[in-house]
Design a protein around this ligand. Structure first.
Ligand code: PGA
Length: 252
């Protein structure tokens, strides 16, 4: 049985005060991470403020990490610093970073390796654009993203990874993928991992769906056999809605 993982990707939203208030208001309402993994990924300058408040029921993740140990990379964040801060997860390869910050499949692969070397759990994002879907190329495109992300990564490390399937056309648009569409590609991701490694590895990897998930639609998405959680943008900003979505996972 894979444990559900519900992660909020706050993108470039919330001040420090708003973020701390969010934590204070949800922290007693979430189940233990023995039951569901709950994660919030804030902007990096306030990671420390939130890590101080993370506990047995909520973990903190970063939204990005660089693949080098250190160096002249203005504006970037090192994995060693994230580890030192006590950050648990890191989102890698979000489509916004791929599209707007030139993050390639090769960079995603290096970032995963770097995160693993510093005990950060990667949440690896993959997903197709509308034109790729309309051309009937989704499976090929997403499988290739997965294979390139995993290049040279050992089975033991892959088993601990989280993938997030996020169709670009569903992100921030209110157009959630239907559970059937989401399941189809999440299963393709698992099958790709099975082909690259073996069934044991594929069965261990957790795969989230992301793209306009909210308290109303999360239940039916989590009912699908290959969907093990959600990566949530907009709807994770509201504390009540975040708690509701984590509890939807708990009640599955
Ligand atoms: P959304 O964003 O839930 O606002 O669609 C999801 C994401 O980008 O991770």
């Amino acid at each position: 049985m894979r444990k559900y993982i519900i992660a909020g990707n706050w993108k470039m939203f919330k001040t420090r005060g708003e973020a701390v208030n969010f934590f204070l208001s949800v922290i007693d309402k979430l189940p233990s991470i023995d039951k569901v993994d709950s994660v919030i990924c804030p902007q990096s300058p306030i990671l420390r403020d939130l890590v101080k408040r993370q506990g047995e029921n909520l973990r903190v993740g970063a939204q990005n990490v660089h693949f080098a140990d250190a160096g002249a990379y203005t504006g970037e964040i090192s994995a060693s610093l994230l580890e030192e801060l006590g950050v648990a997860y890191v989102i890698i390869g979000h489509s916004e970073r791929r599209a707007m910050f030139n993050e390639t499949d090769e960079a995603v692969n290096l970032k995963i390796k770097q995160a693993l070397a510093f005990n950060l759990s990667p949440i690896v994002c993959v997903g197709e654009s509308l034109s790729v879907r309309e051309a009937g190329e989704t499976k090929k495109f997403v499988s290739s993203q997965v294979a390139k992300a995993l290049d040279g990564i050992e089975k033991e490390d892959v088993m601990g990874l989280v993938f997030a399937y996020e169709p670009i056309w569903a992100i921030g648009t209110g157009k959630t993928a239907t559970p059937e569409i989401a399941e189809e590609t999440c299963k393709d991701i698992r099958d790709t991992i099975k082909d690259l490694y073996d069934i044991e590895t594929a069965e261990a990897v957790r795969i989230q769906y992301g793209g306009s998930v909210n308290p109303k639609n999360i239940d039916e998405l989590l009912s699908e056999p290959d969907i093990d959680g959600a990566l949530i943008g907009g709807a994770s900003l509201n504390p009540d809605s975040f708690v509701e979505m984590v509890n939807a996972a708990l009640n599955h």
